[in-house]
Design a protein around this ligand. Structure first.
Ligand SMILES: [Zn+2]
Length: 267
């Protein structure tokens, strides 16, 4: 699964071959964020048609350009439904619909997606579950919950750092993992990463300095790109150290406050 994904991402053409194109009164690269149409210049070959092997409903709190759920809607419009939160989700058949949400809740624990048959629709949350699930948990209670199999994608290829660490997948990667588990026909599943891959490649061709943290170098002195696992590991380490430093300062402040209090008592 991961080998197929990495070789696909590596095989994509240079994004510079895809200029910005006019649609809905604005120019955009790869797709139009207003009408969600794919934007390919006539000089480039059409993409192989891609259809998800199941219907997918994406509940999104962030329907912006950064949402990878939108890529799915552009590439597989007939099988993808985007629902901006807090709009209500239409009722689906609970016998064939599952919610992708890991849970050890006693009343409704999630099961491995591989172990569930007859799935026709997968509901995915394109946002933190704590945000949406907390508010909308009731609405999705009637569906079986599933979690991704252990052999799913191990670390994210997304170019943004995720606070919860490199193993947190973006929506597209989670749907890909689910499709891999549910489908026998796996060839061509990677095609769902075309926009993702092209945007990622555009980042890769940019200068490292434009990232918030400036240039980050790997063990061999090479400049790392934000989507590389080594970059993410370094960020995680930095974050941990910053956290440690913050805790140390807080302890010192607390000590000082105590001393201040004491000295007040003396006087
Ligand atoms: Zn448009």
């Amino acid at each position: 699964m991961e080998v197929a994904l990495d070789s696909y991402l590596d095989s994509l053409p240079s994004p510079s071959l895809y200029p910005r194109l006019l649609c809905c009164g604005k120019t955009s690269k790869f797709y139009c964020p207003s009408c969600l149409k794919l934007l390919l210049p006539p000089s480039q070959p059409p993409l192989p048609p891609f259809t998800l092997p199941f219907s997918c409903t994406i509940i999104s709190s962030d329907p912006s350009r950064t949402s990878t759920g939108v890529h799915l809607k552009v590439l597989s419009p007939t099988t993808t439904t985007l629902i901006p939160s807090p709009e209500p989700c239409p009722p689906y058949d609970p016998r064939t619909t599952v919610v992708l949400f890991p849970s050890d809740d006693e009343d409704n624990p999630s099961v491995d997606i591989k172990e569930i048959g007859g799935v026709e629709r997968v509901i995915v949350f394109d946002c933190k579950w704590t945000k949406t699930g907390g508010v909308r948990g009731e609405e999705f209670k009637g569906y079986k919950r599933v979690h991704l199999s252990d052999d799913s994608i191990k670390y994210s290829r997304y170019w943004r750092w995720h606070t919860f660490g490199p193993s947190m997948l973006c929506t597209l990667e989670a749907v890909y993992s689910a499709a891999w588990s549910l489908s026998e026909e796996r060839e061509g599943l990677v095609d769902m990463f075309w926009i993702f891959g092209m945007m990622r490649k555009s980042m890769g061709e940019g200068k490292g300095g434009k990232y918030k943290r400036g240039v980050v170098r790997g063990g061999d002195g090479r400049e790392l790109k934000p989507f590389e696992i080594e970059y993410k590991m370094k960020m995680e380490e930095e974050r941990r150290q910053e956290g440690g430093e913050r805790q140390r300062r807080q302890r010192e402040d607390a000590k000082q406050a105590k001393l201040n209090k004491k000295s007040k008592k003396i006087t």
